[in-house]
Design a protein around this ligand. Structure first.
Ligand code: ADP
Ligand code: NA
Length: 332
């Protein structure tokens, strides 16, 4: 009964990295190519759950939009917009704050990781983050959300909120949204530590490849990436308990749009000294055109602002009637 519709978002908190690209953006582009409506959002209201310098937030939002477009998202095919420009997100989020339970929020691993030991001093928004995320998705009755593996728990919570709303009010109004976690690299790990995910909050610059890194930097980071003394196995079973080796194989596979099995069938037996330069060449071939196009787009920020304003208007057209109906259901 729900029309298939795709929504996803990324925080404009600075520095798109390879994890974002392989875990999320490549999947956004895949969905855009299908016969399905796609909405992609710069979630600036999520970004401010931790401190953001105002001028940098503005710059990062435009740069993220440029990153989306340079990666193949076409404003004529996908609705690209900035979350804070579509007021319905915040309005539905408040209603969801009253549906969701505190205990649900406190159980989220992202809350535990980000709030850390000093959680009494974290923003209230950081705790409520998943309710806003549920609103981002459900304000469009989105049925599918392409994301990296780290977002699986938040998607489950989105379904919990939808189910509780439907149950509390005796309606079948919000869909049970499915995460779309696809590709060979749904969880890209740090290049320095195979037990941590690649993240923009990692203090080590060598831990991640940024979309805007130069060819030299990409090659250097891959050359210095942590591995073990063994070479590449010819089957994936040979990657068991070798998180760093597995990570590099998965990155190669995702960049080549192959499976890890296919990569190993070809590369098995090589030493990392031989494999790493091939991986670096592939990463540069894929990322350099995107980063060149990003810089070109950033020369005309007024055009980016126009694209985002148009996107916000289009998004609002879908969101407004869904918010109106939600309020009626609640009795408002
Ligand atoms: P970050 O985690 O870098 O702050 P976001 O929280 O804005 O980025 O996440 C944006 C998207 O990128 C999400 O779909 C998330 O799952 C995905 N993502 C982030 N880091 C990784 C990673 N290391 N591997 C795969 N996907 C990732
Ligand atoms: Na994340």
């Amino acid at each position: 009964q729900f029309t298939p519709r795709v929504f996803s978002g990324i925080q404009p908190s600075g520095g798109l990295h390879l994890g974002n690209y392989l875990g999320a953006i490549q999947g956004f582009v895949k969905k855009q190519e299908q016969d399905i409506q796609t909405l992609y959002c710069m979630v600036d209201m999520h970004a401010i759950t931790v401190w953001q310098d105002p001028a940098e937030l503005t710059q990062n939002t435009r740069e993220l939009a440029a990153g989306f477009i340079a990666s193949g998202l076409d404003p004529a095919q996908s609705i690209l917009f900035n979350q804070s420009q579509v007021a319905e997100h915040a309005q539905l989020a408040w209603i969801f704050n009253c549906v969701a339970r505190m205990g649900w929020m406190k159980r989220m691993t992202q809350w535990k990781d980000k709030a850390g030991k000093n959680s009494e001093n974290a923003s209230l928004g950081l705790l409520a983050y998943p309710a806003l995320m549920a609103a981002d998705i459900l304000i469009y009755h989105a049925t599918e959300v392409p994301v990296g593996e780290d977002q699986k728990q938040h998607l489950e919570l989105t379904r919990d909120i939808a189910a509780k709303f439907n149950n509390d009010y005796g309606v079948d109004f919000f869909p049970m949204t499915e995460p779309v976690i696809e590709g060979a690299a749904t969880r890209v790990m740090s290049l320095r530590d195979g037990s941590k995910k690649m993240s923009k909050s990692d203090p080590s610059d060598m831990s991640r490849i940024k979309m805007t890194d130069s060819a030299e930097d990409i090659a250097k980071k891959i050359r210095k990436a942590k591995t073990d003394p063994e070479g590449l196995p010819s089957e994936v079973e040979g990657l068991t308990d070798r998180p760093e080796a597995r990570n590099l194989v998965n990155i190669y596979a995702a960049l080549a749009e192959q499976s890890a099995e296919e990569v190993l069938a070809e590369m098995g037996g090589k030493q990392f000294g031989e494999f790493k330069p091939l991986l670096a060449d592939l990463a540069v071939a894929k990322l350099a055109p995107i980063s060149t196009e990003m810089s070109r787009l950033m020369q005309d920020t007024a055009e980016i602002d126009r694209i985002l304003a148009k996107g916000a208007a289009a998004a609002s057209e879908i969101a407004a009637p869904i918010l109106k109906r939600t309020k009626e259901i609640v009795g408002m």
